[in-house]
Design a protein around this ligand. Sequence first.
Ligand code: AMP
Length: 186
Amino acid sequence: MKQRVLFLGPPGAGKGTQAQQLASSHALLHLSTGDLLRGEVAAGTALGQEAAAVMARGELVSDALVLAIVRSRLEQQAASGGGGWLLDGFPRNLTQAEALEGLLEDLGQQIEVVVLMELDDAVLLQRLLGRGREDDNEAVIRHRLEVYRDQTAPLIRFYSDRGLLQSVDASGEVETVGQRIAALLD
Ligand code: AMP
């Protein structure tokens, strides 16, 4: 069974929902940079204050900030005996993907599979509009989709070149999509 998993896909494809379920059924650490950043914002930390305005605009928080968060979590987990992890919402651009390679090399770990969740833009928009999160108004949503296309989508090529990419149809019921993903890990 694959233990080191990365979720890739546009906002609204259901990465968070699927990642959460898979992490709990497969006993993996679920590392969502979006959740961690929202936690920092809610707690009013210096880091959260730095990130809040950028997130509200639908842009990417600085690589240095996100990398520091991911590095500390992965190092912490490796130090406490390792185990699998599932990265959700990270990396978001090539700089982050390259930094992750370096970090994993330091830890002696490797990504085993990259799950690309695919969904039509029209469905994404509908899902995001129905979600009611603070950064989910229509102008910001459109911008987040643009940021995905410009900065994150190049990672599809990056990971397919490394033979790691597996695409999944992210349409349909949560449970059905979950079964498609689980099949890729077993
Ligand atoms: P998400 O929950 O993954 O949709 O992330 C929500 C927001 O958090 C994004 O729109 C970004 O502003 C920020 N964010 C999450 N992950 C990253 C990342 N890896 N790099 C930069 N910004 C991020």
